[in-house]
Design a protein around this ligand. Structure first.
Ligand SMILES: Cc1cc2nc3c(=O)[nH]c(=O)nc-3n(C[C@H](O)[C@H](O)[C@H](O)COP(=O)(O)O)c2cc1C
Ligand SMILES: [Fe+2]
Ligand SMILES: [Fe+2]
Length: 399
């Protein structure tokens, strides 16, 4: 049975959800599932905005058939060639043999790389700024290279002022009937997953996101239709502002995220003590994470959110505790920068983790490491309480 929702009179959401998939990209846990959004524009010509993942292909084709009501499909716009949005292109060409595939040069190259069907007869190649008239609706193509793939483009519908934004402005999480941001409690139920999606998938490409935000600012946008998560038909400033902060690597909140690794519990103890001292000093936004227990994608999202980060880790075979190393490598890979950082190291015979963390942070841009760091030799002793308070004080003073 079809399951669709109108976005406007002539534009229909025909996407679907996967709540079974454990790991998005076989990497990121998605306990709330994920939606694959696709949209159909009905005008003198019909245009499909991207397809969906193979896992929901059956639902997708039922949705298309119901929405088209026997009409042919004239265009498929491929804003993004990642397979979670492209799995059904070949089947579409079989069902709608006259359908044109609209993409840029790189899109077409990628389709040919991924799939073996005869693409060329369907190709309608566009350049930045080109338009495609569907009748009363017109699509204008805005290129968004490396947000987060090279071929990515957005399509701006000029009559209803709708931006089809590809993966940008997307989120993890299945949409349950309520697909519009004004039908749900975004701040409470979605922001964390939207941030985790952004920081892990797009986070590396801040300058490219900035470039696209600049292009978007020249447009009159009334709605944003992303490929995952809720559709925005109001309050756009709220989400655009988040994207602006995230892509400039500006912290969203003045808050402290304490990340610790610990085998026997002593580094954990130091992390908890620091958190308690911070709370006692009046800091409201303090969170403590065990890097071995919380998936690194959540840690990355917190690192993007908070102004202050504390890393506490044991020395491990003359190196850094592996789960902590993973977090720091991921932060570097995702280009995170401009944070205030506190360090706590631990080691029983030759502590090295502080130096190693310092080196890794030194390879990231604008990481301000606080002067006071704490060295633990196996376990914290009473006479180190003041060291810990010194670190706490420096965090409070810079918050
Ligand atoms: C496999 C392994 C390797 C370790 N390598 C080192 C090391 O190279 N240098 C060092 O000083 N301590 C080393 N340690 C000791 C821990 O860093 C130390 O006991 C620390 O206090 C553990 O903190 P925790 O209680 O938070 O787990 C190692 C421990 C383990 C289990
Ligand atoms: Fe993607
Ligand atoms: Fe995607």
């Amino acid at each position: 049975m079809y399951c669709t929702r109108p976005v406007t009179k002539d534009i229909v959401w025909i996407g679907g959800n996967d709540r079974r998939l454990a790991l998005f990209e076989n990497l990121f846990p998605i306990p709330r599932g994920v939606s694959y959004n696709s949209y159909l524009i009905l005008d003198e010509k019909t245009a499909l905005m991207d397809t969906v993942d193979a896992s929901i292909g059956r639902q997708f084709f039922e949705n298309i058939e119901q929405t088209l009501q026997g009409r042919p499909l004239d265009y498929l716009i491929v804003n993004h060639m990642e397979p979670d949005h492209c799995a059904n292109i070949e089947e579409l060409t079989r069902r709608y043999p006259d359908m044109k595939i609209v993409g840029n040069r790189r899109t077409i190259e990628l389709i040919k790389q991924f799939y073996d069907f005869e693409v060329q007869p369907h190709v309608h190649c566009v350049e930045e700024g080109d338009t495609l008239c569907l009748g009363t609706h017109t699509l204008q193509f805005i290129f968004a290279p490396m947000v987060h793939w090279p071929e990515v483009m957005m399509a701006y519908e000029t009559s209803e002022h709708i931006l089809f934004s590809a993966d940008a402005f997307g989120s993890f999480g299945a949409v349950g009937g309520t697909i519009f941001q004004d039908e749900l409690h975004f701040d409470r139920d979605w922001l964390d997953d939207a941030r985790r999606y952004y920081s892990n998938i797009v986070g590396k490409y801040g300058p490219q996101v900035q470039a696209v935000l600049k292009k978007a600012s020249a447009l009159d946008i009334k709605a944003i239709c992303p490929l995952h998560g809720p559709v925005w038909r109001g309050d756009l400033g709220y989400f655009l502002n988040k994207y602006d902060l995230w892509s400039r690597y500006e912290p969203e909140d003045r808050g402290v995220a304490i990340f610790y690794g610990s085998m026997y519990g002593d580094t954990a103890n130091a992390a908890d003590l620091l958190a308690a001292q911070l709370a006692e000093a009046g800091v409201k936004d303090v969170r403590v994470y065990d890097v071995s227990c919380t998936h690194v994608s959540y840690l990355i999202a917190e690192a993007f959110r908070c102004s202050h980060l504390v890393f506490a880790a044991p020395t491990y075979n003359n190196g850094l505790y592996p789960a902590m190393e993973t977090l720091l490598l991921d932060m570097k890979a995702l280009n995170l920068q401009n944070r205030t950082v506190g360090l706590i190291e631990n080691g029983s015979w030759a502590p090295q983790s502080g130096r190693l963390m310092r080196e890794m942070l030194g390879q990231m841009k604008d990481m301000h490491i606080l002067e006071t760091s704490v060295t633990i030799k196996s376990s914290l002793k009473k006479d180190q309480f003041s060291d810990m308070q010194g670190l706490c004080r420096q965090i409070v003073d810079t918050l």
